[in-house]
Design a protein around this ligand. Structure first.
Ligand SMILES: N[C@@H](CCC(=O)N[C@@H](CS)C(=O)NCC(=O)O)C(=O)O
Length: 220
């Protein structure tokens, strides 16, 4: 029995999309963020870090989205992972994008998002002072890094429907979240990335996942 712990406005949506594409039976428990933005305490009863997504599979409680995606590939959908023996190049590419999503693409996007939140929550009189570090860091590092990463993803997607092969794979389930964040911020500049996000959003399985969660999603 699978139970997905889904946090509003979070990476949990990628797992919901995957479960729907696989047409697996599962229960979805929707948790709402606290006013601070943190996940509710009840997730800490399941996992020390108390972050989402979490997936219960029988007695197992799995955290970390790439770990969850790989667990589902291993146990429910081996056909979605290219075979290293017969398709070594595709298998390497699949593994690359699956890891790139959280290890390289998400961190600068999240940092930018958090800086925005700090700015929103700072009284306007203090903004010039509290904005100094984000603005210096933005100019020195974040903006260039993000532009480079987004251009890299955009060029990969220019002649492809999905990250690897001709159907959604583990790479897509991982990449959709940072792609949504990048498209929301810079969509106009990266048309292949934006088209990819639109294609995924149009998939019946993605729509089913959105309907089932029943809470707004910042990247709708
Ligand atoms: N790298 C982790 C990140 C987990 C994570 O930070 N989740 C966020 C939601 S996108 C969260 O639970 N935030 C609420 C909190 O930190 O309390 C993964 O991919 O699962």
């Amino acid at each position: 029995m699978l139970t997905l712990h889904y946090l509003s406005d979070s990476r949990a949506h990628r797992i919901a999309w995957m479960l729907e594409e696989l047409e697996l039976e599962y229960t979805m428990k929707v948790h709402r963020r606290r006013p601070s933005g943190l996940a509710p305490r009840e997730l800490e009863r399941l996992h020390f870090l108390g972050k989402a997504p979490l997936l219960e599979d029988g007695d197992l409680v799995l955290a970390e989205s790439a770990h969850i995606v790989e667990h589902l590939l291993d146990t429910r959908a081996p056909q979605l992972r290219p075979d290293p023996a017969s398709a070594p190049e595709q298998a390497r590419s699949h593994r690359y994008w699956l890891h790139f999503a959280e290890a390289s693409f998400a961190p600068p996007l999240i940092m930018k998002h958090l800086f925005d939140k700090v700015r929103e929550r700072t009284p306007s009189l203090l903004r010039p002072v509290t904005g100094i570090v984000p603005s210096m860091l933005g100019k020195a590092y974040l903006d260039d890094t993000l532009a480079k990463h987004a251009a890299f993803v955009d060029s990969h997607l220019r002649d492809r429907e999905f990250f690897v092969g001709d159907a959604p794979s583990g790479a897509d389930f991982m990449m959709i979240f940072p792609c949504e964040a990048a498209a929301a911020r810079y969509g106009g500049r990266y048309s292949a990335l934006l088209d990819y996000v639109r294609r995924v959003h149009a998939r019946p399985a993605y729509k089913r996942a959105r309907k089932r969660a029943g809470v707004p999603y910042m990247y709708d």
